[in-house]
Design a protein around this ligand. Structure first.
Ligand code: HEC
Length: 154
């Protein structure tokens, strides 16, 4: 192969690489994922609490995706970044979410409300462990997420 042919080949490869669509590689921010988590948890509660189980199941599925795909690659927050996120996430994913799913699939409002309350406690546990205890999640399925009602007087 002559030098010129090799150079032309190399140039073609470079040109192709430059035109190739670039995939988004930057990780999501932790807070971004949590904004979506809050929204989906709120809808899960509002739907499941009144027996709109199909919507609740859909939102739960979206939460599972956030936990399985987005949180593990999210950039850790600047504040509280030393908390044990991996095990706190795993605990939430392996206990709270399956309990909620079970109650929702059984169309059992009472079990759903109980599981929702416990799941909210797990959210709060991680918020406290990571220095974000002020992001309070209510165990009441009709509440907005996070809580923005007046705090209890001290
Ligand atoms: C593994 C730890 C962890 C778990 C579990 C967790 N969170 Fe969070 N959450 C965080 C951290 C850390 C932040 C602060 C992120 C930042 O600094 O931007 C946060 C912030 C939030 C925020 C505030 C977002 C904003 O920027 O306004 C909401 C809402 C929220 N979480 C909802 C939830 C809900 C609902 C659950 C449970 C279904 C939950 N989180 C479970 C760690 C967790």
């Amino acid at each position: 192969m002559t030098k010129r042919v090799m150079l032309a080949g190399f140039g073609a490869v470079l040109l192709l690489a430059a035109c190739w669509p670039v995939k988004e590689v930057s990780p999501p921010r932790y807070g971004q994922v949590m904004v979506e988590m809050g929204h989906r948890f709120e809808l899960t509660g509002k739907a499941g609490g009144v027996g709109r189980f199909e919507l609740a199941l859909f939102e739960l599925g979206e939460m599972e995706e956030l936990l399985d795909e987005d949180l593990p690659r999210a950039a850790l927050p600047r504040v509280g970044g030393t908390a044990d996120f991996a095990s706190l996430t795993a605990q939430f994913r392996k206990t709270s979410v399956p309990d909620l799913r079970k109650a929702t699939e059984a169309h059992d409002v009472a079990a759903f409300r109980a599981a929702f309350g416990l799941a909210a406690q797990a959210c709060n546990q991680c918020h406290q462990a990571s220095g974000h205890g002020f992001v309070e999640v209510s165990g009441e399925p009709t509440a907005s997420v996070p809580r923005t009602d007046p705090p209890a007087p001290r």
